[in-house]
Design a protein around this ligand. Structure first.
Ligand SMILES: Cc1cc2nc3c(=O)[nH]c(=O)nc-3n(C[C@H](O)[C@H](O)[C@H](O)COP(=O)(O)OP(=O)(O)OC[C@H]3O[C@@H](n4cnc5c(N)ncnc54)[C@H](O)[C@@H]3O)c2cc1C
Length: 465
């Protein structure tokens, strides 16, 4: 007897088995799964993301193998890859969960119409958002551009319950696969620090969620702004790669914590808002939403960019954040805001330079969240920070890392310096520095730019816009 024709499940940013709508439908047939390295993607994963992807695909492959499902790997143009696979296997249908980047939307449309002509059904689903970006609108039927009303609307919707993993039946005929290890995704320069900080994959995601909901969620509102506290969920890379769905998080957090979960769920609201904006304003990753910013007199200075990237600006909170990023592939949100403001407003470097660096070094690098956050800080995006908000890095550090605990964790050269000087070492008396074993300009840099000067310069340039 010949085997029933298979369905193809195309994994993309939904690397999980639970609450996976495309998997639910593919599983009505015997099926096999494919991950395609898209060689045309204009935003291919950066270094830290490639490391994550490699680990996550290995973990997914193992979970599928335990259920006798093949996960195969192919590189190339997804349309060509899927065509070849459909031809090789006489597939009866192709299923995936949607992505919302302009390139992905156009690519997927082309794939759908091409298979439609061949009579092979292709179906896509919402596997990564609480609500599709086109499903909610302002009263005037346009996209939201301000977060608070968007959140009010979102909060009042009800979302479907997450689906458990269905019974799965693998297609038995072997399908040829490239070898994941030969794709060169891992290890990167970062390997060791990332290994210590993260456990990519669906199992790691669920463990992280459970741990946060049991141990951290109650104190979230109180602790979330303090980088030395373990106060946030650290779920962002799992959400980006779809190892966990926002629906799973929403329901589990609400069931356990009720209304107390709202400050945390509100952050998921920011994620939804970012996707909403990216969908409606697809040029956001490269172009400012406020076009007047095209005329901004950015400085393009390789030395200051390098100092920022390597955590050598002389401002301890900025340097601690940039070093945390390099070491762990992540950075606390409060510190992301401070380092981003510093790049744009103190150094007058284009926000896209910061966005690119984050794209390469963050394990949670996400086109929507990254672009919208950078534009928000730069003041050129939707609902952006007002132009005159220029963080003073020393005051931010006094406020959110008063004892310098976070700074000392990432800047060993400043270990022996205490508050208040830990926030601005250049203001410390020489004998204090000597006692702490610090020689400014040698063991730790002088500030690369003076705060008052930089603030004035930025305000003048911004006001002129
Ligand atoms: C300049 C800059 C760049 C950023 N780049 C990214 C990025 O590439 N990828 C990314 O996921 N986040 C980005 N963020 C947003 C935010 O810093 C991270 O989502 C957050 O630090 C992740 O930590 P967490 O999972 O512990 O967050 P929690 O505080 O526990 O929040 C829960 C979830 O909500 C979402 N979330 C939280 N804050 C935001 C936000 N401001 N905007 C959108 N979603 C949010 C994340 O998915 C997060 O996992 C950026 C912020 C700034 C200021």
């Amino acid at each position: 007897m010949t085997e029933e024709k298979p369905a193809i499940l195309w994994f993309r940013q939904d690397l999980r088995l639970a609450d996976n709508p495309a998997l639910q439908v593919a599983a009505k047939h015997p099926f096999f799964a494919v991950y395609i390295w898209d060689e045309q993607d204009p935003w291919p994963p950066g270094g830290a993301s490639r490391w994550w992807l490699y680990k996550s695909l290995n973990s997914l492959k193992q979970s599928l193998q335990e259920r006798r499902i093949q996960l195969i790997f192919r590189k190339g143009n997804p349309l060509h890859v899927l065509k070849a696979l459909a031809q090789e296997t006489k597939a009866c249908g192709i299923y995936w969960n949607r992505c919302y980047e302009l390139y992905a939307i156009n690519r997927d449309k082309e794939i759908k119409s091409s298979f439609k002509n061949e009579g092979i059904p292709c179906q896509s689903f919402n596997g990564s958002l609480l609500v599709e970006p086109w499903e909610i609108q302002t009263k005037t039927k346009g996209p939201y551009q301000v977060f608070t009303p968007f959140w009010k609307t979102l909060q009042n919707l009800s979302f479907p319950k997450p689906n458990p993993i269905p019974d799965l039946q693998g297609w038995k005929t072997p399908v040829s696969s490239e070898v994941l290890e030969e794709w060169g995704l891992s290890p990167t320069l970062w390997g060791q620090g990332l290994e210590e900080a993260w456990q990519p994959g669906e199992k790691g995601a669920l463990e992280r969620l459970n741990h946060f909901l049991e141990e951290g969620a109650q104190a979230y509102a109180r602790k979330r702004d303090y980088p030395s506290e373990n106060g946030t969920s650290r779920l962002s890379p799992y959400l980006h790669w779809g190892e966990l769905s926002p629906i799973q998080i929403w329901h589990q957090a609400s069931r356990i914590h009720g209304a107390e979960a709202l400050p945390f769920l509100r952050q998921l609201g920011w994620r939804e808002f970012s996707y909403h904006l990216l969908y409606h304003f697809p040029e956001l990753p490269s172009k400012p939403l406020r076009s007047s910013f095209d005329r901004f007199p950015w400085e393009v200075d390789g030395d200051t960019l390098k100092a920022w990237q390597t955590g050598q600006t002389g401002y301890p909170l900025v340097d601690a954040g940039m070093r945390e990023l390099w070491h762990t592939g992540s950075m606390h949100n409060r510190v992301r805001m401070v380092v981003a403001s510093f790049l744009v407003k103190h150094l007058l470097l284009p926000w896209q330079k910061g966005e690119e660096w984050f794209w390469d070094t963050l394990v949670d690098a996400d086109l929507a969240n990254n672009a919208i956050s950078w534009q928000w800080v730069a003041g050129c995006g939707a609902d952006a920070a007002p132009y005159f908000r220029i963080f003073n890095p020393s005051l931010q550090s006094q406020k959110f890392d008063s004892e310098g605990t976070y700074i000392k964790q990432w800047i060993p050269e400043l270990q022996a310096l205490d508050s208040p000087y830990i926030h601005s070492p250049w203001q410390a008396p020489i004998e204090v520095l000597e006692r702490a074993g610090i020689k400014l300009g040698t063991t730790y840099p002088f500030p690369i730019v003076d705060h008052d000067f930089a603030r004035k310069r930025a305000l003048e340039a911004l006001r002129a816009l």
